[in-house]
Ligand binder design. Structure first.
Ligand code: CA
Length: 229
């Protein structure tokens, strides 16, 4: 599967935003942008980036409030961008959940190094790169494309397996239909996001143990996540 790393750049100074985007794109990151805090929150919801570069002083909703809001539902890595003289210790001190911060002005090289370091750290917090995932009642073996539910092997289509594997590899993380199409269907899919719904429905039927234990959950208005209750 191709893994496209998407970075959301939230910055209201046009030049700074363009410069950051330019350098990130040069490193093959996919860049999306927002000019203010409200737009940032909308972008997080709709585009589900892998990392946010978040300016502290923003129109409408400031960076700290955006950070706090994002943290209510997501553990996506956040790097705050601060200017000299802004209250740096507030960023980390309030434990709003930013992963790192960069003080402006910064060199592109420093910015890229921080981005990569935070992405590396966040990847190592996810499930190990093991090809077997184990959850209560459920085992997934990537190499064998094998799913066992309470010790019974389940028959799955390759796409159903890929979808379940992708979700189960990121427990607790919410993915929009578009994001799932992009990651699981392996190309820029401009088809119908309801394809995802159809596959999720079939997955759920197969994973239904009758015990009320559910693995694939709907997050209303947003998408789906894997969670073992
Ligand atoms: Ca600003």
């Amino acid at each position: 599967m191709t893994r496209i790393t998407t970075i959301l750049v939230v910055e209201d100074e046009r030049l700074v935003q363009e410069l950051i985007s330019l350098y990130l794109e040069k490193e093959s990151f996919k860049v999306i942008t927002a000019w203010d805090g409200q737009e940032a929150l909308d972008r997080v919801r709709t585009s589900q980036p892998d990392l946010i570069l978040l300016d502290l002083m923003l129109p409408k909703i400031d960076g700290l409030s955006v950070c706090k809001e994002v943290r209510k539902t997501s553990s996506i890595p956040i790097i705050m961008l601060t200017s000299k003289g802004e209250e740096l210790d507030r960023v980390l001190g309030l434990e709003l959940g930013a992963d790192d911060y960069i003080t402006k002005p910064f060199s592109p090289k420093e910015m890229l190094a921080r981005v990569k370091a935070v992405l590396r750290r966040s990847a190592s917090n996810e499930q190990p790169s093991s090809n077997i995932l184990r959850y209560p009642g459920l085992t997934l073996d990537f190499d064998a494309h094998r799913v066992e539910l309470n010790g019974q092997e389940l028959q799955m289509s390759p796409k159903e397996f890929d979808l379940l594997w992708f979700l189960a590899k990121h427990p607790g993380r919410v993915f929009s239909r578009e994001k799932l199409l992009e990651n699981v269907w392996d190309y820029d899919y401009y088809g119908d996001p309801r394809t995802v719904d159809t596959h999720v429905k079939r997955l759920r039927e197969k994973l239904d143990t009758g015990s009320g234990l559910r693995y694939v959950k709907t997050v209303w208005g947003t998408g789906y996540k894997f969670e073992v209750s």
